[in-house]
Design a protein around this ligand. Structure first.
Ligand SMILES: Cc1cc2nc3c(=O)[nH]c(=O)nc-3n(C[C@H](O)[C@H](O)[C@H](O)COP(=O)(O)OP(=O)(O)OC[C@H]3O[C@@H](n4cnc5c(N)ncnc54)[C@H](O)[C@@H]3O)c2cc1C
Length: 484
């Protein structure tokens, strides 16, 4: 699977199934299609496959062989109900059910290919169900194994080849895709096309159009995709569903090293808005996908994370309480934190000061306002009770030891979710809810399976949905190819 599009520049290529995007969904789709005896061309815009999947950590499954080995109770009915209840049943239950029911088989499918799932840990303490299947080498392991598997099965991957638009026969049937390389456009004719281009997180125009929450203070921690699949599908007559969901992942100083990502929403820090007011229980950041909603509600959707020298020293000497997924596990000692803070202070994103008055001036508020906020919080810490937001007393640490630290933090997001309307067979639907013959979509390009906030209770949902929906799309595309 490694033909480079720019080296070939043919006028037309012919295949049975064209898959657009070699990330989680596209790689799974290409391999599954080839396993179903289809001739497959896989188009990848970038110079290497993997997309955001290469950086993901783990995927969800219910009643998987790994969960069974670890004696983890994760019943598919319970997981299905949690997914639907969390979304107030605004999702397509057939899509969710199909995905959850297929998830165990997908873990087996991946294990059979050599993927090693090392653990199924809690994503946060007391998590009700353990669903997050961690890959021993992270998402890159899945990517490498599926690329190799596809190669063995004869999948032709065209790198640095961008799908531009879908081809139709004038009667509404999909007949292929136009591709673009540095050397020009060419046509790929296909019986069906599977779209899996990873969303539109890098397309500010689409973010502004579809996502009411979005503003330019927010920054993308994933790949800056341009929404190619969504736009192509709409042009071909696809309906949309679930547009507007951004997969936020906490708040952070844009561009700062990961140590500061961990500190920005550490449980015992204090967060204030630009008026100097505390606005939430900071310990909600165990669910950083949810705690960010409180930040987004604030004026201009940003906040300052405050802490003192004692908290900083504890993070260095005893370790961070929460951390960031598997990248910074809980209790990691962030020995480089002091240096990282100084570097960001030099850039103007962090303020280190001997008094809260100085921090208040940097924020641009009256010192008395910030003093009142800190005094109130410190009194809550002394009482062991947060009268405002009932924060867990274990994370109530008074801020009294100078120097004091303030980080200017903005919402960080990984990707968008939602867009192309599909059914549980991953067929793309038109505005009358009828499948567009020959068109399938998978991964985060699609809607109907996740609501306004990423459901961290079911950790690993997006990665898992992408792989599972890719497989399901391919199997149905293969059936369509056979005239079934
Ligand atoms: C840092 C990070 C950590 C994450 N951790 C987790 C986790 O632990 N668990 C979890 O559930 N989710 C996680 N995610 C999310 C997960 O990675 C995504 O949900 C998943 O990769 C989406 O799969 P996809 O196939 O839709 O998109 P991607 O995997 O991003 O793949 C899209 C592919 O399409 C290609 N493409 C785009 N446009 C075109 C075009 N026009 N022509 C050809 N190719 C094109 C892209 O280059 C890319 O290769 C994480 C994301 C990030 C950024």
């Amino acid at each position: 699977m490694s033909t480079k599009g720019i080296a070939m520049n043919p006028e037309t290529l012919d295949t049975q199934i064209a898959v657009v995007g070699a990330g989680a969904a596209g790689l799974a789709a290409a391999v599954a299609a080839a396993e179903n005896a289809a001739d497959v061309i896989l188009l990848e815009k970038r110079s290497s496959p993997g997309g955001n999947a290469a950086r993901a950590e783990g995927l969800l499954a219910a009643e998987s062989p790994v969960q069974k080995r670890f004696k983890i109770d994760a019943q598919r009915d319970v997981i299905f109900r949690i997914a639907m209840d969390h979304a107030h049943w605004k999702l397509d239950p057939r899509i969710v059910r199909t995905f959850v029911d297929r998830s165990a088989d997908t873990i087996q499918w991946l294990e059979d290919k050599g993927v090693v799932f090392s653990r199924v840990p809690h994503y946060y303490p007391n998590q009700r169900i353990r669903t997050w299947h961690l890959l021993s080498r992270g998402g890159i392991e899945l990517v490498e194994i599926l690329v190799k598997n596809g190669q063995d099965l004869g999948v032709r991957m065209l790198k640095e080849t961008t799908a531009k638009r879908l081809l139709t026969d004038g009667k509404g049937n999909i007949t292929g895709v136009m591709a673009d390389t540095q050397e020009g456009e060419f046509k790929i004719t296909a019986k069906s096309v599977i779209i899996a281009t990873g969303g539109y997180a890098g397309n500010k125009e689409l973010l502004k159009k579809y996502c009411p929450q979005y503003n330019e203070n927010m920054f993308c921690g994933g790949l800056p995709y341009t929404g190619d699949g969504l736009l192509m599908a709409i042009e071909a007559g696809a309906a949309t569903e679930g547009l507007g969901l951004i997969q936020f992942s906490g708040h952070a100083v844009p561009g700062a090293p990961v140590d500061l990502v961990a500190v920005a929403d550490e449980l015992n820090t204090v967060w204030v808005n630009k008026k100097g007011e505390r606005f939430t229980d900071e310990a909600t950041s165990y669910h950083r996908f949810e705690s960010i909603n409180a930040v987004i509600r604030q004026p201009d959707s940003f906040c300052y994370t405050l802490f003192d020298e004692r908290i900083k020293q504890n993070i260095i000497e005893k370790g961070i309480i929460k951390g960031v997924g598997t990248v910074i596990p809980p209790r990691t000692k962030l020995t480089g934190l002091g240096k990282a803070l100084e570097l960001e202070a030099d850039k103007g994103n962090v303020r280190i000061a001997g008094s809260w008055d100085e921090i208040a001036k940097w924020i641009g508020i009256k010192p008395a306002v910030l003093k009142a906020t800190i005094d109130e919080y410190n009194a809550f810490c002394d009482d062991g009770y947060d009268r405002l937001f009932a924060k867990d007393r274990r994370y109530l640490d008074a801020l009294r030891t100078p120097p004091y630290y303030a980080l200017r933090c903005y919402p960080r997001f990984l990707s968008t979710i939602g867009g192309i309307k599909i059914n549980h067979r991953m067929e793309v639907l038109d505005n009358n809810d009828n499948p567009i013959p020959g068109l399938y979509a998978a991964g985060v390009d699609t809607g109907g399976w996740e609501t306004d906030t990423y459901n961290a209770i079911l950790s690993g949902t997006t990665f898992a949905f992408s792989v599972n929906s890719g497989r399901i799309a391919a199997e149905n595309a293969a059936r369509y190819m056979m005239g079934e």
